[in-house]
Structures are given as structure tokens and as C-alpha cells.
Design a protein around this ligand. Structure first.
Ligand SMILES: Nc1nc2c(ncn2[C@@H]2O[C@H](COP(=O)(O)OP(=O)(O)OP(=O)(O)O)[C@@H](O)[C@H]2O)c(=O)[nH]1
Ligand SMILES: [Mg+2]
Length: 264
């Protein structure tokens, strides 16, 4: 399945956008604003395509399964594995939002998906929003994905996965093990890695797909719940790029008409 099949704006969206544009050209602002209101009510119907991306083996497919409340071997779950597993972008329904699709992308950085061709192979610019999943170390591929997303003026969450492995290893090996300090180190490493490459204040979540109640998984779910409508709104607005221009134009015309009227 190709991502391009899914990331198109629906016929209905285009029709509604045309109606608004026409209203802005031919009707009063009040009538146009009525149409805009109507359109905004449809926000809940907007398709949002979220790409789960990152290096091969970072835990992307496992993460999608836990977000959907599924075990790795349940029916309809995403295949996971200890060797390169996901070979093509595959959509999965978000558990709560009908119109949100979670796309399980192949991992970047294998012989099948080299960094030079990865973006094109997975149709990267088609998605509306991204979750970069990174395990172990902060890597150059993570930075490059983040940069590309920024270039496209889209947003991402950065998920640092497999925290359980890090905690277990440190606990076994270090006499002065302090969990909070270890977590703080990992977080700082991700935030600084992104910030040093011009990513401002990225949202970083530390998670273990094996221990969901620990670390940042609950916070990530809550943040998604809160912010998904905003991303839908953004997708909606991007689908009608001319609209604000036309609104401003009409306001200006109205203003000029009023100036003349008061002058007379
Ligand atoms: N310890 C630990 N292992 C994990 C976690 N998430 C995933 N794994 C393991 O990491 C391996 C890779 O997981 P996948 O979910 O298949 O990784 P992926 O990023 O989808 O891999 P590709 O599809 O090959 O790109 C599997 O053996 C998982 O069980 C986690 O939170 N903690
Ligand atoms: Mg996978």
C-alpha cells in the first residue's frame, strides 16, 4: 500500500474549501463566515496521517501496538521482530479517533532503506504529523528526520524507547545507580541533540513499551489526546491556503468602502 493513496485531502474537504472561496469572492463576509463555521465544525472529520518513523529496530511497530492496546502477536497487530521487520508503510487505525491513522514506517538505515533514499521510498512528505522513535543512542538519522520535518513546516514528537533496557543495565552495573539521574541524562541527551541542530524546544517522551505505566507513556497519550485536534485544524488550514489571503482582501475592501462612506 502506498502512503500517497491515503494522504490526499478528501473530495469533501476540497468541495467545502471551494464553497468558502466562492463565498469570499461573491458573498458578504457574514455569509462567508457562516460557511467557514460550518467547515470548522467538520474538523473532527479531517483525516490525520501520523507517521511513526526512526531507525530500524527502534521499536516503532511495538509502539504502535501498545498505543492501540494490542500485544505483538494479536490479530491485526503490527509485526515486530529482532531483525529488520517492517518493509512497507502500513496504516493502523488510532484506537480513539476514527480519522487518525498511525502509519508504521520501515526503519531508516538498513540496506533496504538507506538514508539517501528513505524519504522518497516511504513518501515522507505525505504525512501530516510525525513521531520519531529512537532507542539506545541519539543518532544522526534522528536529526536528519527532524530537520526534514521542520523543512516541511510540520511537527513531531520525539519518543526515546526501550527505557526499561537502559534502567535494567544501569541498575545491574552501577553501584550508585539513581533512576531519576539516569532518566534525566537520557532526556537531556535527546533534547540537546535536537536543540543543537536547530529544533527549538522539542517534545521528548521517554517510554518503555514493555512497562507502559512507567516513565512518559501516560503523558504522551494525554498530550496526543489534547493536541490531535490542533494538528487536524492545521491540516484543514493547509488544505485551503488561499483562504486567509482572501479574507484579508475582503476586509481591506470593506474597510476602504467604509472610509469612503464616512468621508461622504
Ligand atoms: N526492552 C525493550 N525492547 C523493545 C521495546 N520496544 C521494542 N522492543 C524490541 O525491539 C525489537 C524491535 O522492535 P520493533 O517494534 O519490531 O522495531 P521497529 O522499529 O518496528 O523495527 P523495523 O520494522 O525493522 O524498522 C523487538 O525485539 C522488540 O520486542 C521496549 O520498549 N523495550
Ligand atoms: Mg517495524
Amino acid at each position: 500500500m502506498m502512503a500517497d493513496d491515503y494522504c490526499e485531502i478528501s473530495e469533501d474537504d476540497i468541495k467545502a474549501a471551494r464553497q468558502i472561496e466562492e463565498a469570499l469572492e461573491n458573498e458578504s463576509l457574514t455569509s462567508a463566515s457562516g460557511k467557514i463555521q460550518e467547515y470548522l465544525k467538520k474538523i473532527s472529520d479531517v483525516q490525520l496521517n501520523i507517521a511513526i518513523t526512526g531507525e530500524s529496530g527502534s521499536g516503532k511497530s511495538t509502539f504502535i501496538n501498545v498505543l492501540r492496546g494490542l500485544g505483538d502477536e494479536e490479530e491485526f497487530s503490527a509485526p515486530t521482530g529482532v531483525v529488520e521487520t517492517t518493509q512497507k508503510a502500513t496504516p493502523y487505525q488510532h484506537p480513539k479517533h476514527q480519522n487518525v491513522k498511525l502509519w508504521d514506517l520501515p526503519g531508516i538505515g538498513t540496506t533496504n532503506f538507506k538514508p539517501e533514499t528513505y524519504l522518497q521510498q516511504v513518501g515522507f512528505d505525505c504525512y501530516d504529523f510525525f513521531i520519531i522513535v529512537s532507542s539506545e543512542r541519539f543518532r544522526v538519522n534522528d536529526v536528519n528526520l527532524a530537520k526534514k520535518i521542520q523543512e516541511m513546516k510540520k511537527s513531531f514528537y520525539f519518543v526515546r524507547s526501550k527505557i526499561d533496557s537502559n534502567i535494567d543495565a544501569e541498575k545491574k552495573r552501577k553501584k550508585n545507580f539513581n533512576q531519576d539521574e539516569t532518566l534525566q541524562n537520557i532526556r537531556q541527551n535527546c533534547v540537546e541533540g535536537l536543540r543543537d541542530h536547530g529544533q527549538g524546544f522539542p517534545q521528548v517522551f521517554l517510554i518503555s513499551s514493555f512497562e507502559l505505566h512507567l516513565y512518559d507513556f501516560p503523558n504522551l497519550v494525554e498530550t496526543m489526546e489534547k493536541e490531535l485536534p490542533d494538528y487536524k485544524r492545521r491540516v484543514l488550514l493547509l488544505s485551503i491556503p488561499n483562504m486567509s489571503l482572501k479574507i484579508n482582501q475582503r476586509k481591506k475592501e470593506n474597510l476602504q468602502a467604509n472610509i469612503w462612506r464616512s468621508a461622504f
